[in-house]
Ligand binder design. Sequence first.
Ligand SMILES: [Fe+2]
Ligand SMILES: [Zn+2]
Length: 338
Amino acid sequence: MKRQPRAMVVPVLILASLLAAPACTVEGTAAQAVTTSASSSATVSPPSPPVTATPTPTDPPTIFAVIGDYGRDNGDQAAVARLVGSWDPAYVVSVGDGYYATAGGTRSGRYDESTGAYYCRWLADITTSGQRCPSGQAERNAFFPAMGNHDYTDARPSPETYLDYFDLPGDGFTNTSGNERYYDFVEGPVHFFVLNSNPQEPDGIDETSSQAEWLQQQLAASESAWNIVVDHHPPYSSDADHGSNPDLQWPFADWGADVVISGHAHTYERVMRDGITYFVNGLGGSPRYKFTTPVSGSVVRYNDTWGAQRVTVTPSTLTFDFLTIEGALVDSHTVTHR
Ligand SMILES: [Fe+2]
Ligand SMILES: [Zn+2]
């Protein structure tokens, strides 16, 4: 009987290390928990009830992907899509430019060429005449795009082509904005707020706009563990072609955002500002941009090849890994609660 509690610890060790693998902070906590349970089982002589060795029920980590500026229908986009597919993410978030004219097609078939052909597995509720992904393969929509400038300039007529193709955030989700150009949705412990940062947005794009007012109100009302803001034009970017967008430098941190993810600059960058993390992730398959003088708070800049973000979600950590199409890890950044 004495051996029984010790034997119970073994699966706990395995389970705890499996659950804790991606994030250092979780790993430390789990190791501590295992040590405690092992030492107590060794010192207590009467047989302990198995409850002492039962781990606290924890949701397994969820993986999602973030891609940017991908809609070319070219080999580089295909390589990024293969990388993303290899992670088997629960859902995919796009920071925009999901269609460039080079992808061809007409009307809603444009997004069939640029998006359906590569991300059919995560799509649902789409409407298209295209044949590469005539209807999405997901049970529930798992592809969440933001509108990029090329979704306006190239996906003509605009924004109808984009709005006809996608139905956002999709059946079964609650969206508080009342429109699809900018919207919110909840996936597990994460509340996403997808903005429309294009100047064509009727509700405006600066800090005093009704779009910004919506964001501020909904961030204040959010009860989720994590609040992630997604848009196309980066508030802060060190890229030489487009750079920062002062109109979009909203007080995201004060309003309650944990992370802001953008694209438009065809680079990868991590900027630490106001106590939160800003990412630029525009390496989804388009020609890459150069960097100029780094903006304040810029800590990682990368443009050697294409790639995407693999994000691991737990209730206490968000780990953002940027990986290249060759599988190299460029940046790994874990966000914990402020
Ligand atoms: Fe772009
Ligand atoms: Zn763009």
